[in-house]
Design a protein around this ligand. Structure first.
Ligand SMILES: Cc1cc2nc3c(=O)[nH]c(=O)nc-3n(C[C@H](O)[C@H](O)[C@H](O)COP(=O)(O)O)c2cc1C
Length: 174
């Protein structure tokens, strides 16, 4: 699929059929994640791929309310940034998240971004701290977000160019 078609075709998918995803496909997602631009090329991102269903169920509790989409997911990719490497770590990790999310769609998989920064668990623990403890994250890394990935049940209708709100754009000045 051409890149512009993929951009319109991509949707957030929150319900999956279950089953695993081949290792080479997961690696293709990671290649996509790490091939994007990063501030000064510093690449402050770190990735943890979680396929263990028990760990995935614990990750589902990272947010309040619990995010149901984890229930049928095949895997979760947690994207951490190292603020000591680059002050653009949030942007860099967001680029990686977006690239993986798009690549998942292009590979026929479903995926959804789950926000972690600025979010808490049901008992008020910062979501990033909760996930970092589960994944044994080294001191100094901050969790940006998680990409929940699975085999698609049903792909929602793609976006179309006609859906895009061009009234949000001004030319030359506001
Ligand atoms: C920064 C960011 C945070 C998001 N957080 C969540 C989330 O926590 N849970 C969720 O189900 N979807 C989340 N989404 C997905 C959006 O809800 C989704 O992109 C939006 O509704 C538009 O739908 P579409 O992706 O199908 O075009 C997030 C997306 C972004 C970019």
């Amino acid at each position: 699929m051409e890149i512009l078609d993929t951009l319109l075709h991509r949707r957030s998918i929150r319900s999956f059929t279950g089953g695993g995803i081949p290792r080479e496909t997961v690696e293709a997602l990671l290649v996509a994640g790490m091939s994007g631009p990063a501030g000064k090329g510093k690449k402050p991102w770190r990735f943890v791929v979680v396929e263990d269903s028990e760990t995935i169920s614990r990750l589902a509790q990272a947010r309040d309310p619990k995010q149901k989409l984890f229930d049928t997911a095949s895997l979760v990719i947690a994207v951490f940034g190292d603020p000591s490497i680059a002050d653009t770590w949030v942007e860099d990790c967001s680029v990686a998240m977006t690239n993986m999310h798009l690549a998942a769609d292009a590979l026929g998989l479903g995926s959804c971004w789950v926000q972690v920064r600025m979010r808490t668990t049901a008992d008020g623990t910062p979501s990033g701290d909760y996930v970092s403890r589960i994944l044994d994250a080294p001191e100094g890394l901050s969790l940006e977000a998680m990409l929940v990935v699975g085999n698609i049940c049903e792909h929602p209708a793609p976006h179309t160019a006609a859906d895009i709100d061009m009234s949000l754009v001004s030319w030359e000045s506001f």
